[in-house]
Design a protein around this ligand. Structure first.
Ligand code: PMP
Length: 446
């Protein structure tokens, strides 16, 4: 059965398939952390629907919420009309939002995917400011529609000012730490203020509090606070893309809470739908310049997703799963860092909460030379990190799969093995994940 399905998929579906290429399995059953394939094999799933499954697969409270809607006789398709299901979702969502945003916020339901909400955020800030360009960061990922793709570094007909996203390991200024973050903030300021740069003031600035697809790169809190000052001083709405970081993933309910920054717009999807498609933008009410009908979409009222999402948000809040993710994440990061010290092909282990990445490098490669940071900021002397090793990361992913562990690849060079386990991960499950992952790395590195 499994081979036939995989053969037909490879023959008929686009070569652009991503997850399906690197994970040749045919899931037929799932619960929590575990997926069972058509061949009867079981896997620990640390991909979690690319972060969409805060509670893992088929959590009983999610299934019960979906069944309740199905059994109630309520219409499943209602466009964006008011329903008790939607009312409950919005009430629960606002209960979780950063209080300073929630007090004066509006929510707009968008098309089903994260990229639709990103697009809506762009449309909103462009309407609100009367400006057209956008500012986004190196290594960002915001989705696959034209605007989102442009902001992610893809070629598209949208003017995007690209600003450096600070990072410790491959610091764009070669200095890392607080200094690297400060240089990144100053770079943003000088680009926005320099009349000769030819960059008009953007309509908005979009940032991921932890870059996910970009290779699990947590933004320094101090840098996010500087971005907040820089954008506020210039009347630029700050858009936090919490599609992947939201709903407890990073150890706070929303990742912006780590820094205390209140964005003007938050883009939310993935886990807010409790495994079903749902996407919203939440924003300061002053930005709500949209005229009736200015933002439409057929699939903005998914009742099953809202019910599943309400159950998920409430469960994460009531069971303090963000705190749990923070504690467990620290533990896993610590154990992985200890392990990585003895393995020369892991360049860095990084993450926040249960969003964890291991960057694979070529231990024999020439160390990168740090780039010049600009006048007065010479690059740090000494060797930079070794070259990224995508083939090694892919080999580790395959070896993990062979050992019954599903992990994802990411990063600008696809050299980062990523873990996004459900927030419900038990200590025993965490130990099993660690064992399989470290065994797989040892097997590949040997
Ligand atoms: N923003 C971020 C930060 C994401 O990680 C993703 C998806 N990986 C998106 C936006 C796009 O979401 P979707 O795939 O649902 O369109």
């Amino acid at each position: 059965v499994q081979d036939g399905i995989l053969r037909r998929q490879a023959a008929r579906e686009s070569a652009a398939r991503t997850y399906a290429r690197s994970l040749p399995i045919v899931p037929v059953r799932a619960r929590g952390l575990t997926i069972e394939g058509a061949d009867g094999r079981r896997y620990l799933d640390c991909l979690s629907g690319a972060g969409a499954l805060a509670l893992g697969h088929n959590h009983p409270v999610v299934l019960a919420a979906i069944r309740k809607v199905l059994d109630s006789g309520a219409p499943l398709h209602v466009l964006d009309l008011a329903t008790p299901v939607k009312d409950a979702f919005v009430t629960e969502l606002f209960r979780t939002l950063p209080p300073r945003l929630a007090r004066h916020a509006r929510v707009q339901f968008c098309g089903p995917a994260g990229t639709d909400a990103v697009e809506a955020a762009f449309t909103l800030v462009r309407a609100a400011t009367g400006r057209s360009g956008l500012a986004a960061f190196t290594g960002a990922y915001h989705g696959m529609t034209t605007g989102a793709l442009a902001a992610s570094g893809g070629a598209a007909d949208v003017r995007v000012t690209r600003l450096p996203y600070p990072q410790e390991y491959r610091c764009p200024f070669g200095v890392g730490g607080e200094r690297g973050a400060e240089l990144a903030a100053r770079w943003a300021e000088s680009v926005l203020d320099d009349p000769k740069s030819g960059v008009p003031l953007p309509a908005g600035m979009i940032v991921e509090p932890v870059q996910g697809e970009g290779g699990v790169i947590p933004a320094p809190d101090a840098w996010l606070r500087r971005l907040r000052e820089i954008t506020a001083a210039r009347g630029i709405p700050l858009i936090a893309d919490e599609v992947q970081t939201g709903v407890g993933r990073t150890g706070a309910f929303w990742a912006v809470e780590h820094s205390g920054v209140t964005p003007d717009v938050m883009v939310l999807s993935k886990a807010i739908g409790g495994s079903l498609p749902l996407a919203v933008v939440v924003y300061r009410e002053e930005l709500d310049v949209w005229q009736p009908g200015a933002h439409a979409g057929t699939f903005r009222g998914n009742q099953l997703a809202m019910a599943a999402g309400t159950a998920t948000l409430a469960y994460v809040r009531e069971h303090r799963l963000a705190e749990r993710a923070a504690v467990l994440g620290e533990h896993l990061l610590g154990r992985l860092r200890d392990f990585a010290r003895a393995v020369d092909c892991v360049g860095e282990v990084r993450g926040r909460g249960l969003m964890i990445g291991l960057e694979f490098v070529d231990p024999e490669g020439e160390p990168e030379r740090a780039p010049e940071a600009g006048p007065g900021d010479p690059a740090a002397p000494g060797a930079g990190p070794r070259p990224a090793a995508p083939a090694l990361a892919a080999a580790v992913q395959r070896e993990c799969l062979r050992r019954g562990l599903i992990v994802e690849l990411g990063g600008r060079h696809a050299s980062v093995v990523r873990l996004l386990p459900p927030l419900t991960l038990s200590d025993e499950q965490a130990a099993a994940v660690l064992d399989r992952l470290t065994d797989a790395i040892e097997a590949v590195a040997r």
